[in-house]
Design a protein. Structure first.
Length: 73
């Protein structure tokens, strides 16, 4: 099972990688190969999801822990 997730947040051009086992989140600089192709699609407005079955961007960890999910603007 995968224990790392590459993600991007709408409005932020960076890609990030979360290593769930290490408990770290870092910028993912210099994407190459297929990941670079997917990053280019993202720049054009595409949303790509693979092997992730639940994801929600929230304003803070506090909001997530309280069970609060902001509506789409």
């Amino acid at each position: 099972m995968s224990r790392a997730v590459v993600f991007g947040i709408a409005g932020d051009a960076k890609l990030w990688i979360a290593d769930l086992d290490a408990g770290t989140v870092k910028p993912l600089d210099g994407a190459t190969g297929d990941l670079a192709k997917v990053a280019d699609l993202r720049k054009a407005g595409a949303s790509i999801v693979k092997k992730v079955d639940f994801a929600i961007a929230v304003s803070s960890a506090k909001a997530a822990f309280s069970g609060h999910v902001e509506p789409n603007p």
